[in-house]
Design a protein around this ligand. Sequence first.
Ligand SMILES: Cc1cc2nc3c(=O)[nH]c(=O)nc-3n(C[C@H](O)[C@H](O)[C@H](O)COP(=O)(O)OP(=O)(O)OC[C@H]3O[C@@H](n4cnc5c(N)ncnc54)[C@H](O)[C@@H]3O)c2cc1C
Length: 555
Amino acid sequence: MPKPILLSVDDDSDVLRAIERDLRSQYGADYRVIGSDSPEGALDLLKQLKVRNDSVALLLADQRMPRMDGVEFLQQAMEIFPTAKRALLTAYADTNAAISAINHASINYFFLKPWDPPTELLYPQLDDLLDDWQASFRPPFQGIRLLGTRWSPRSYELRDFLARNHVPYQWIDVEASANDPETRRLMDALGPEAANLPVVLFPDGTRLLEGIPADVAQKVGLRTRAQTSFYDLAIVGGGPAGLAAAVYGASEGLHTVMIEREAPGGQAGMSSRIENYLGFPTGLSGADLARRAVVQAQRFGVEILSQEAVAARAEGPYRIIKLADGNEISCHALMIATGVQWRRLAVPGIDRLQGAGIYYGGGATEALSCKGEIVYVVGGANSAGQAAMNFARYAERVVILVRRESLSSTMSQYLIDQIKETPNIQLWTHAAVAEVHGETHLEEISVLCTDTNKIERVPGSAMFIFIGALPRTDWLAGLVERDERGFLLTGPDVIRDGQHPKGWALDRDPFLLETNVPGIFAVGDVRHGSIKRVASGVGEGSVAVQFIHQYLSKV
Ligand SMILES: Cc1cc2nc3c(=O)[nH]c(=O)nc-3n(C[C@H](O)[C@H](O)[C@H](O)COP(=O)(O)OP(=O)(O)OC[C@H]3O[C@@H](n4cnc5c(N)ncnc54)[C@H](O)[C@@H]3O)c2cc1C
């Protein structure tokens, strides 16, 4: 934690140097001593310190300064750091003004110049003031702070990005905490910049206005540039399948890079509790699984890039991936583990309110914000059931909207049982979302009751959609063969009528998880015919590494 600050202000540079010297020699071990030769400059400095979340223990100002006297400075400084102790440095002639300031202007003490010897005329009184300050001092939060509003899609995107990448941060909803004096002080200190929300404040004092995840990734040290331009194995996608391939590949000596555009963990990272993964009898959260896998991958030397793959091509024995920032990475073997992304719900109003009450997927960051509210979960699969169970811990009521007459054909029985036993979860069957309403955020939902063909309009501020998922593989079109829905074909699926795929120049068949391009493999949910489960993704990612070794032995 940075040391708290003692700030002295005096327009006479000799006096300023002397007081700084005396403060530093006595208190330098526990405090940072800063001086300013103008009250205006000192006020600007205090605003910067407020934005950095620094603590100021003492403000010591000369009474006689041009343009602004010491009392006025201390009063303005108090608006920024109300708990700092305040003291004046005065000449004998100003004693009366100083006494009056103590009585009327909340000044704690005054010192006469010169203060020689400081052991008698300065330190004993300052010791008292600082002891007093220490008694009520609460160290401020030292990490990243994110200022925004709950209904801002960009704030949501950043919160989700930080949470899923396990970057600790403090969220400050400037609307919800508008009456909190400390939030007001911070917004005042930011000045006009506070209009550019969301604002990300970093502990080193830098800030990002209207930041986007890619900027934040770079700033928090997530690697966005590859260390070298060539790897044995490049994996696109950091879900369970990609992570497993990374761990197995690197542990068996392959120089491996894993490219992930959002956060390692993939869909599994959004799961509040995975209960069917071998070895975890009481379940574990997807975030926990992802965190463990990332540590394991890094231990084996996997390089993890926070980037999006936007194109790929094959040049002789090399497979080349183009990244969103324009850079390219080459490799011998390329593994596609990009999973699936949520299908969009196509009803009026939905796109406009996405991130402002409408969310696709778990929205783990939103669960706490839904405290005491009514939350709608759309979908009848396990992902919807898990999310409903998670929200039920915070929300007053969770309503699951499903088109069918029950959950029995789409959800695992253990989840159906849990939902039945949770009193604040309500199942609304024969229900389809017809429209969503709201100006700046979701306010109401029109639900079509398919059994009566009537529309019911209900109030709601949060709706989480889990209506199935599709792969996004357009960036591989023309290179890798896909089925009509975009899933990648592998192994026997690329052999038609006993014929090898077009352009296949090898005298062997494609390996089980290999696509129509030798050396390009596909694993996990993105693969045509895969079982959409964490364990199967992990299994495929691990098994594929064996085929990669065989492929590499003949490149
Ligand atoms: C809420 C929820 C709960 C679930 N619960 C369970 C459960 O309890 N048990 C179970 O077995 N399964 C569960 N599943 C299913 C399971 O999570 C998936 O089957 C599994 O995550 C698939 O893994 P994957 O690695 O193939 O793909 P994904 O997990 O989808 O990961 C793909 C990754 O690739 C990244 N990516 C995509 N395109 C690019 C690109 N162009 N460049 C860079 N990166 C890219 C994505 O950001 C993503 O992180 C759940 C799924 C969800 C959504």
